[in-house]
Design a binder for this molecule. Sequence first.
Ligand code: AMP
Length: 184
Amino acid sequence: MRLVILGGPGAGKGTQAQQLCSNLSIPLLALGDILREAIASETDLGKLAMPYVETGELVPDATMIQFIRRRLLLWDVFNGWVLEGYPRTAFQGEELDFLLSDLAQQLDWAIWLKVPTEVLLSRSIERDRSDDSPEILQRRLDLYHEQTLPIVDYYEHRKKLLIINGDQSPEQVQQDILKVVNSH
Ligand code: AMP
């Protein structure tokens, strides 16, 4: 199973993706976490990504797709994966499709955790993370509206979109995801 999880900052992507991976026994590729780890350990990717992550901007597409390509070629993701945090724009969605067709792989579903903006905002404020200051949070929310929502249309158009109500308890959200993924 190859899945993408979509949602705004605070939508519960990380939690849901983690549980989904353990329920389906497939690895998780969480791009935000991978970038933060790369920055902390000062790898080449980390050095490239740092100025963007620290200001809430998106890391350039070329850097991201190069990294994803190398990562999807490793043996541990051969049988499936959940991608969280990528793609984040319709352009990245197209790039991912090109890459997958190159690798003779296919995405099964894009799962959108739909959560009202005011809930995203209040949930994100409760989190305590260095890249979650009010200005950066607002910037991340703006980017979500400008860039990530069009990707929802992109997958809907390709009949790959599953919409899940993310404004429920984490357990209920996970149950809903498993139900739709298993019934398609
Ligand atoms: P996240 O934890 O998923 O919100 O990601 C934290 C930060 O990592 C974002 O604010 C971006 O700077 C960077 N990032 C994560 N995923 C991507 C992506 N797909 N494209 C570009 N930048 C990304």
